[in-house]
Design a protein around this ligand. Structure first.
Ligand code: IVH
Length: 666
């Protein structure tokens, strides 16, 4: 019978998949595997009546979607509090012991904290029916078709060892291993695309592809680590649940361990931290979870994180490197940022060649010179930073650095205003500004034009093909093919990405225009307040000032922007080229509700205004001084006396990357 043949092939392929992806123990060659799959595909094409959604052929077959639908998680996907050092892990354990006086002994499951993206998989009657991103914890996006392409995610639960429950939700982290990441980036460069900054971004970018065929070609994998809902089965502990997962066909991390006391927990963390470079995937810490489900329930959860778990973060990775020279880079507002060009150094598996030096004051304060040996630090997605110079290694050839008085790009006069630490090029037509504007305009959170790389921007501006951001929409395949060794195919992809970007939201468009002080948050706020571009353009100062959360400086800059004739022209042209707005999908995210923040020091990844806006957008409050009521101190470079005070009051201190983590949507 044909159906028996089909089923036998499916079973063989599933077994081969499990051995390969789950147990890391391939039992047949790639060619044999391909033959089995092809044979199955041919039979299913010939006998479509026998096609099933859980067939291994269904991993790659889906058609692209236009956008992802939203999914409400039945149980929110929580986040984790961070312990920044051993002392905070000790505090965590003491809290547990204090709160669990009646119910001991206490076991803690220790796991690596995988640096990827959290997803939820829903199985009904053993079949994968939905897969989604974490999103803001309550609502994510439906990426079922993309998740199906990941071979280590079972489409159908295995019940040869234990029965599966009628409903099962499993959570885990999708990631890209380091080798796969390097291979993908080499390919990206060959195809003329921007490489990804790190494996996490590569995994995120791959999972959010509208075309599952692209996701299928990306080397993604998953470690499963926690339950959502499950019905018709009970577990006494997290460990028991984890042990059941591989029996159903899920992949769990092999380094998980039960700890019985603080010493075991700290030893686990130390060992993993020392070994992190030897793993073939990125981890950014360890996670400690109370093992007993009963104890977890007794401890309960706070607004968005459980009291029974904590992430023990690793120290930021530092290396010593030499500064070859310092370049002055001109941004889209004309602001000049000194950037250290380093002799390439590998920090935690990523080659670092540049680090920001912020401004002249920073260089002077840290006494950083061209030719100096310095300590460089890389943490999370934040731009690499220079922690300090090492004067003992100087041989006298080092050169102190001053930002030039002439713009390094256009030669115009550079001015430093009284109240700012920044130097600025005074020429509003400086090509570097235009390049900066274009980079910003096409970026992910703005018009999101995939494949519009920095190299191409340089060439288009240098060759005068683009003199204004609106010119982007006049590009044709012919105009860009042959530039920057762009092949026909990538030129075609770029043109279709440009066309695709025309359908956007007002919020994104406003952010893309680069109006001073208007970032993603204000873009959304303005969209909400005005509803149409027309109304915003004609708003007078009074109207803008009347909006809660918009102060006089921001109101003035919005007003000034739309009063300038060349800006009006640009906006008009963009609309004529077909930019149109769909409704912004607003999600109420109140995760910081009731929490008070104070900010100190210089943040490198975002301005203070943006940080404040982001906190308020998520329901938190920002105050100017540390008090006993402060929940968090966000601590940038060179913090002031607020840090001392925060320590005195035992206020939780967040470094910039931890703060970013807290705000992160996925
Ligand atoms: S458990 C309540 N376990 O870390 C428990 N999370 O900061 C919540 N993550 O969103 C998650 N490895 O993306 C858990 N072994 C692990 C993890 C892990 C990585 C991520 C996950 C989560 C974030 C929380």
């Amino acid at each position: 019978m044909i159906i028996d043949k089909i089923e036998a092939l499916r079973a063989q392929i599933r077994k081969a998949n499990q051995n390969y992806y789950l147990y890391d123990n391939p039992t047949i060659s790639d060619a044999q595997y391909d033959n089995l799959l092809r044979e199955l595909q041919e039979l299913e094409a010939q006998y479509p009546q026998y096609k099933t959604p859980d067939s291994p052929t269904q991993r790659v077959g889906a058609t692209p979607v236009e956008k992802f639908n939203l999914v409400n998680h039945a149980i929110p996907l929580l986040s984790l509090d961070n312990a920044m050092n051993d002392e905070e892990i000790k505090d965590f354990l003491s809290r547990l012991i204090k709160n669990l006086t009646e119910s001991r002994p206490l076991e803690i499951v220790a796991e690596p904290k995988i640096d990827g993206l959290a997803v939820e998989l829903v199985y009904e009657k053993g079949l994968l029916i939905q897969g989604s991103t974490r999103g803001d914890g309550a609502t994510g996006e439906d990426i079922t078709q993309n998740l199906k392409t990941i071979q280590s995610i079972p489409l159908k639960l295995d019940h040869s060892q234990i029965d599966f429950p009628s409903l099962l939700e499993v959570r885990g982290e999708v990631y890209m291993n380091k080798k796969g990441f390097e291979r993908l980036n080499r390919q990206q460069l060959e195809d003329g695309n921007q490489p990804f900054a790190n494996p996490r971004n590569a995994a995120a970018g791959s999972l959010r592809q509208l075309d599952p065929k692209i996701t299928a070609r990306r080397p993604l994998n998953i470690f499963c680590y926690s339950p959502g809902r499950y019905e018709g089965i009970t577990f006494a502990s997290h460990w028991d649940f984890l042990q059941a997962l591989p029996k159903w066909g899920f992949r769990i991390n092999p380094l998980i361990k039960i700890c019985h006391n603080l010493d075991e927990m700290l030893a686990y963390k130390q060992e993993l931290e020392e070994n992190r470079e030897n793993l073939d995937y990125d981890i950014d810490g360890v996670v400690f979870k109370v093992n007993s489900f009963l104890q977890q329930n007794l401890l309960g959860i706070k607004s968005r994180s459980p009291r029974w778990a904590i992430a023990g973060k690793f120290k930021a990775r530092q290396e010593i490197a030499q500064i070859e020279k310092i370049n002055a880079s001109v941004g889209r507002t004309g602001a000049i940022t000194p950037v250290a060009v380093l002799k390439p150094v590998s920090i935690g598996g990523v080659t670092v060649t540049h680090a920001t030096l912020h401004n002249q004051d920073e260089i002077d304060k840290k006494d950083i010179r061209e030719g100096d040996w310095v300590v460089v630090q890389r943490a999370g997605d934040v731009i690499p930073q220079i922690v300090k110079s090492i004067p003992e290694r100087r041989d006298g050839s080092e050169r102190p650095y001053k930002i030039p008085e002439q713009c390094p790009v256009c030669g115009s006069h550079v001015r430093r205003s009284e109240d700012e630490a920044k130097h600025k090029c005074t020429n509003i037509n400086c090509p570097a500004r235009l390049k900066g504007c274009i980079r910003h305009f096409v970026s992910k959170n703005a018009m999101d034009i995939d494949g519009f790389g920095d190299k191409l921007t340089e060439i288009l501006v240098d060759k005068n093909i683009i003199t204004n951001v609106a010119d982007i929409y006049t590009l044709t395949k012919e105009k860009i093919a042959n530039l920057d060794r762009q092949g026909d195919k990538s030129a075609e992809n770029l043109i279709s990405a440009i066309a695709g970007s025309k359908k956007t939201t007002l919020a994104r468009f406003l952010h893309a225009l680069g109006i001073a002080n208007v970032g993603q948050f204000l873009g959304k706020l303005l969209e909400k307040e005005f509803g149409s571009l027309e109304k915003l353009i004609h708003a007078d100062l009074e109207k803008l000032n009347a909006i809660d959360q918009i102060g006089p400086v921001v109101a003035q800059s919005i007003f000034n922007f739309f009063s300038e004739e060349h800006n009006q022209e640009t906006v008009q042209r963009l609309l004529e080229y077909g930019i149109e707005f769909e409704k912004c999908r607003q999600q109420d995210d109140e995760r910081l509700k009731g929490q008070t923040f104070v900010i100190t020091g210089t943040l490198s990844g975002l301005s203070r205004t943006d940080a404040k806006n982001l906190i308020e957008q998520k329901g938190g409050k920002v105050s100017s001084a540390v008090s006993r009521n402060t929940d968090y101190l966000v601590c940038g470079e060179n913090p002031g006396s607020k840090l001392t005070k925060a320590k005195e009051y035992h206020v939780k201190i967040l470094k910039e990357e931890e703060f970013q983590e807290l705000l992160k949507d996925e």
